[in-house]
Ligand binder design. Structure first.
Ligand SMILES: [Zn+2]
Length: 312
């Protein structure tokens, strides 16, 4: 298999880091590393970077990567890596580090913390919409909507998953969706300010990664879900701010990156070249991308599936 990164997001423990869709424990993480090492070689981040620069990466050489500077990664995955003597890439979006609470992560936390299961959340969300000014628009949009024909490329989505995504992405769209969710959070008395330290790493954590020989990289400042739909000026702002903040925090300029939500275009590549970035990662294993800003990555959930198939 061609050289690639493994992409990790959420982790859980028995304490403050709750279980959520796709989250794994420290134990599972360690098992995954053992499983990967059966037929692949995990390189240290620095070694991976060096070999990539020289075009010397071999098949079955992989690296470990983390997106989104999550506190659960630092608390749960980082100690495992330390004990195994493995260094990784950590792609950091910087707005949470200067005190901004980005909604995407908060909404995820809300769904898993306040509802027994995802369908209870959907039920509550759909009810909630019925009490908003968008009620009639929602009813009209849902008449004739056939869930199973929406996002049919994703066979694992349930009918509720499909209806929720349709309402969020095609009917309400970000601004109005955020408004509804924020009102919902308010009614559930979610204390936003207390979530910052629970959900994201702080500056000290990021510095620690750097000090311990891990490689900290760019991931935009505010984590747009569609960087490709931003103007070039907006993209410059995203990556320049991200670069400035990370340089301030770790004391050297980042030279690697990953694309948030796998979204980028030619402007993005230009911006990265201007910032002297040397290497970037996508978020899937699709063929046909060969630039140094487009190294493939396998999502950890696909590794889990392979483990199950192999009775690991
Ligand atoms: Zn991300």
């Amino acid at each position: 298999m061609k050289p690639h990164g493994i992409m990790f997001h959420h982790f859980h423990d028995d304490g403050m880091h709750i279980r959520g869709q796709g989250s794994i424990s420290a134990e599972k993480f360690e098992q995954m590393i053992c499983f990967l090492q059966k037929d692949k070689t995990i390189l240290s981040a620095a070694e991976w970077f060096y070999r990539a620069q020289k075009n010397q990466l071999r098949n079955n050489e992989i690296c470990i990567t983390f997106d989104d500077n999550l506190k659960c990664q630092f608390d749960i995955a980082f100690p495992v890596l330390e004990s195994l003597n493995i260094t990784a890439f950590w792609f950091v979006y910087t707005s949470p580090l200067i005190g901004i609470i980005e909604k995407l992560e908060v909404f995820r936390y809300f769904r898993f913390k306040y509802f027994e299961d995802i369908d209870k959340f959907y039920h509550s969300f759909f009810n909630y919409l019925n009490q908003t000014e968008y009620k009639n628009e929602i009813i009209a949009a849902l008449s004739g909507f056939v869930p199973n024909r929406y996002l049919s490329d994703f066979p694992f989505y349930t009918e509720n998953d499909r209806t929720f995504r349709y309402l969020r992405d095609c009917v309400l769209k970000p601004d109005r969706f955020n408004k509804v969710m924020e009102q919902m959070l308010k009614d559930y008395n979610v204390e936003l300010s207390s979530l910052k330290d629970l959900l994201w790493m702080n500056e000290k954590d990021v510095r620690m990664l750097n000090t311990k020989g891990h490689i900290v990289g760019l991931h935009t400042h505010t984590h747009p879900t569609s960087t490709a739909s931003l103007s070039k000026i907006e993209q410059i702002q995203e990556y320049q701010t991200n670069m400035d903040e990370l340089t301030r925090i770790i004391g050297n300029k980042p030279y690697v990156m990953s694309h948030p939500c796998n979204s980028y275009n030619e402007d993005t590549i230009d911006v990265l070249k201007e910032l002297k970035v040397q290497l970037g990662f996508r978020s899937n294993m699709k063929d046909g991308f060969h630039s140094k800003f487009e190294y493939p990555r396998e999502d950890h959930s696909n590794i889990l599936k392979q483990m199950e198939l192999n009775g690991f």
